[in-house]
Design a protein around this ligand. Structure first.
Ligand code: HEM
Ligand code: HEM
Length: 409
């Protein structure tokens, strides 16, 4: 099979790019939806979600580069001639879908990369490659990231619709027309007849319609609002699933915003930082002052002065081996009718589970509960920084502060 395209059939390079990109795009869609499905799962799923999103992003970036290579190849090579030049409507639809598919091949991964680049706090899950994570020149701006997200999470519907039309077309040619359309992309090019010569008309219309489709989506995405809790890439606005245990009258809370802070003393100087990404699932019964909490924290999302990399590296929190920390506990009011509460349960950091009690103050104004608390841990209990056995570099106590604002229901 020749590498180059001819007037009759696609060459091996073009076929390779077509089928590889097709498989990768379908995988990216499946991975994106699969990763999203972890949102509803509550705790213990964050680490898995990060993993799947990293694969999703890496597959998507691969599509972007292959698509750019394909565009260059098509510009150099041209296409085989249409098999039925006289069928003007069919050619118009096919050509429009092809142009729009090219648009999707580039714009979908690009929007993904842009939303990842613009996300404050470093993006939620890394692209699995040694090169940079961010596209240069993209400002870290939550609002901007949200716009690209709106384009991306709706754009896949357009792309999937185009793919469905495209596959439908291929099947029509194979089953109804029984012509050589599929053969010249997939089968034996030697069997493909030389298509008749025919002047092309309206060659500008299909790219224009394709542009209108993606441009329309971009305009909509630039102006639409998206519920903050549905935005994944952004810090504490992480989509928190909420659960209400059936046996209590507890109501489920959705954490809307907040900070999860950390303070350590390094070489005698306090360094403060915070985790960008975490989920908290809270169910609380006001009458009894009891409830349950589950929280999961993405370790890699820690920013800690100039030492974020070191803190999340193998000597300390080891984000690679232990991507998430987790707290699961029971909430109890500690002063009758007062705001003082505590959550007693198990805290798992760097794979080490320890009992922990977090005292916090809970105030409820209208439908807006606010929780503030501080917990001092000893890093040695979790084997964190074991090679730093004295306090001259990093002190043993680590102060964790939480400050959450939720809404009921
Ligand atoms: C999932 C992603 C897919 C994308 C993005 C895609 C994209 C494209 C594009 C842009 C073309 C126009 C020719 C070119 O410049 O490459 C094309 C041609 C073609 N595709 Fe796909 N395709 C996909 C999947 C499929 C599948 C699953 C089938 C088979 C069922 C298929 C069958 C064909 C055939 C037969 C042609 C040749 C049409 C002709 O000769 O006029 N494609 N594809
Ligand atoms: C061919 C390329 C790609 C396709 C077809 C694709 C498709 C998808 C789909 C179907 C979803 C789930 C949407 C939903 O649940 O409504 C998704 C989400 C997401 N994708 Fe992609 N994606 C691609 C490339 C990328 C790339 C390259 C990145 C980043 C580098 C990326 C980052 C994301 C992120 C962060 C989300 C979650 C957005 C949110 O819900 O806040 N994607 N993508």
């Amino acid at each position: 099979m020749p590498a180059a395209n001819t007037s009759r059939a696609y060459g091996s390079v073009h076929r390779f790019l077509h089928w590889t990109i097709a498989v990768l795009i379908l995988s990216a869609i499946a991975l994106g939806l699969y990763a999203e499905s972890f949102r509803a799962g509550g705790a213990q799923t964050l680490a898995r979600m990060v993993e799947v999103f990293s694969i999703h992003k890496t597959v998507g970036i691969t599509v972007l580069f292959l698509a750019l290579a394909r565009i260059v190849w098509v510009l150099v090579q041209g296409h085989p001639r249409p098999l039925h030049p006289e069928r003007r409507l069919e050619n118009f639809v096919a050509s429009t879908v092809h142009w729009a598919l090219y648009g999707g091949m580039v714009l979908m991964p690009l929007a993904g990369w842009l939303l990842h680049s613009a996300a404050p706090g470093g993006g939620f899950a890394d692209i699995l490659w040694p090169f940079g994570q961010r596209l240069p020149g993209v400002p870290q701006d939550a609002e901007l990231s949200e716009r690209f997200t709106a384009f991306h999470v709706n754009g896949w519907w357009l792309l999937a619709g185009l793919i469905a039309l495209h596959i439908g077309g291929a099947l029509k040619h194979t089953i109804i027309d029984r012509d050589a359309t599929l053969a010249r992309m997939a089968g034996n090019a030697a069997l493909v007849p030389e298509p008749p010569r025919h002047p092309h008309r309206h060659r500008w219309l299909p790219p224009l319609v394709a542009l209108a489709l993606w441009g329309g989506l971009a305009t909509w995405a630039a102006t639409t609002e998206r519920a903050p809790e549905a935005i994944l890439e952004q810090a504490s606005q992480q989509a928190p699933a909420s659960v209400a245990p059936a046996e209590t009258a507890a109501s489920a809370w959705t954490v809307q915003s907040g900070t999860l802070g950390l303070s350590v003393t390094q070489a005698g100087v306090p360094v403060e930082g915070q985790f960008g990404t975490w989920t908290a699932t809270i169910a609380y019964d006001e009458a009894t002052g009891t409830g349950e909490v589950m929280a999961e924290v993405n370790i890699a999302s820690l920013t800690l002065g100039a030492v974020s990399g070191m803190a999340t590296g193998p000597d300390f929190l080891n984000a690679q081996a232990f991507p998430a920390a987790r707290f699961e506990g029971q909430i109890a009011r500690t002063t009758e009718g007062g705001t003082a509460h505590q959550a007693t349960g198990t805290l798992t950091i760097a794979g080490q589970a320890q009992p922990a009690t977090l005292p916090f103050d809970l105030t409820i104004e209208g439908d807006q509960p606010t929780a503030k608390g501080t917990l001092t841990l000893d890093r040695r209990d979790f084997g964190v920084g074991a090679t730093y056995a004295d306090e001259s570099t990093v002190a043993f106590p680590v102060v964790v502060t939480i400050d959450l604002m939720a809404t009921r229901g």
